[in-house]
Design a protein around this ligand. Structure first.
Ligand code: NIG
Ligand code: FE
Length: 415
């Protein structure tokens, strides 16, 4: 069969191995790296990937040949944890943060997530749409082809729905794919400050509506001192699973209060952050097969002491991903490449571990590994091209956008 398009003369092609489950422990340091490679695409899917000269049987008079001499290719990058849709911004809290006021203290004063709640409630659908679209464009220009997007700045049904509908419309309108997560339990709204249990019940009451309107696949909650307890998290996520949602949990970001145990008990798809996770809980997540979605940009931006102990997690046999956490407070940015570089520079991960984290494992984290995350024949032709001589270069030469082209389902969407 001839291809519609062939990308060729690629210095290197990073090909993750997809064993049918997220790569765990030492598996994360394995991948095929093809030299002088080509990628043949037909009907938006991967037709063939190989080394050396392009086989003649792949070419007919309609095949578009794209010479990418001097560049490398990877599967389209996947940003599997973002708070994409929100109103306003929080640079007004920046000086406080630099003066050492903690993230949770800013939230307690009614700032932080609650300030973004007010701005999001005030914002129109169009305003949120335009703002999130710009963020998505930044993400795409940095090589991302699929993004997970959480709600969680509405904190009431009307405004949570508005955020989820914005994500849905962007998924329809933009070449990048969005995977939606309902995070109604992201902070305790003022009215419920003395009765967070009642708010959890309120959020549980929203689940059937999210389902009915097909607004999200995942449910997430912020399990943290001063926000939601492990018991409240368990209650919400259990109810979500019973209604057919996949689940995640923000756990062990600032304090270790049992969020990882909830993740292990409920076998959630992933647990997020894990900056201060205990050795015992790492073992629990590894045994339960929960993916650790690690967010080193948040550690960096919060100027926290401890990055998530990625190496310990791999030694214990866990699967991990790296992701931005893109949000207006703890990580205001939209460049997954920088997060990958922190994966190396701050967490001492190898380039292969880093690329597996943002491709095949991130695909499992968003429950899309049947379609994306590797360059296996038949998967979507989501491909990121870097103007770099080899894979290592893209992590060594940091904080500079090296992405030169992006293909989504075989179409050139960034040039
Ligand atoms: O993952 N921790 C909770 N949620 C986000 C921050 C959201 C915000 O500050 O607006 C996080 O860090
Ligand atoms: Fe987050």
């Amino acid at each position: 069969m001839a291809a519609n398009k062939i990308l060729y003369n690629l210095n290197e092609i990073f090909c993750p191995v997809d064993p049918g489950h997220p790569l765990k422990g030492a598996e994360m340091n394995e991948a095929k790296i093809l030299k002088n490679g080509y990628i043949a695409i037909a009907d938006g899917k991967i037709l063939e990937v190989g080394e050396g000269e392009v086989p003649k049987n792949l070419i007919d008079d309609k095949t578009e040949m794209v010479d990418l001499t001097g560049r490398i290719a990877t599967p389209g990058l996947i940003d599997c944890h973002t708070h994409l849709v929100y109103g306003g911004s929080r640079e007004n809290e920046f000086a406080k943060k630099l003066n050492g006021v903690s993230y949770i203290d800013i939230l307690k004063e009614g700032g932080g997530i609650l300030a973004t709640q007010t701005a999001t409630q005030k914002a129109s659908f169009e305003n949120l749409y335009d703002k999130s679209k710009k963020l998505l464009e930044h993400m795409m220009y940095h090589g991302v082809t699929t993004v997970e997007a959480k709600s969680g700045y509405g904190l009431d049904w009307e405004n949570e729905k508005k955020q989820l509908e914005v994500a849905k419309k962007l998924d329809e309108d933009m070449p990048i794919d969005l995977v939606s997560t309902f995070m109604g339990a992201h902070a305790i709204p003022k009215e419920y400050i003395d009765n967070p249990d009642a708010f959890i019940d309120e959020v549980i009451g929203m689940l059937p509506k999210v389902k009915e309107e097909n607004l999200a696949e995942f449910v997430d909650i912020f399990c943290e001192t001063g926000v939601f307890t492990a018991e409240q998290s368990y209650k919400l996520l259990k109810a979500a699973q019973e209604q057919g949602f996949k689940t995640r949990i923000h756990a062990d970001e600032i304090d270790s209060i049992g969020g990882s145990v909830v993740a292990a008990d409920l076998k959630t798809t992933s647990a997020e952050h894990l900056m201060v996770i205990t050795d015992e809980d790492i073992k629990k997540l590894a045994d339960a097969g929960v993916i650790g979605n690690l967010l080193p940009g948040t550690t960096f931006s919060l100027m926290a002491e401890q990055y998530a102990p990625a190496r310990k997690m791999l030694d214990a046999g866990m699967a991990i991903t790296l992701t931005t956490d893109s949000n207006p407070g703890s990580c205001p940015m939209a460049n997954l490449q920088f997060i990958m570089q922190l994966g190396c520079l701050a967490m001492k991960l190898t380039p292969i571990e880093v690329y597996n984290a943002v491709t095949i494992n991130a695909a499992y984290s968003v429950a899309r590994a049947d379609r994306i995350g590797s360059l296996d024949v038949g998967k979507d032709a989501d491909i990121t091209i870097f103007d770099a001589p080899n894979l290592d270069y893209t992590l060594y030469f940091f904080a500079t956008n090296l992405c030169s082209e992006v293909y989504k389902k075989g179409e050139l969407v960034v040039k």
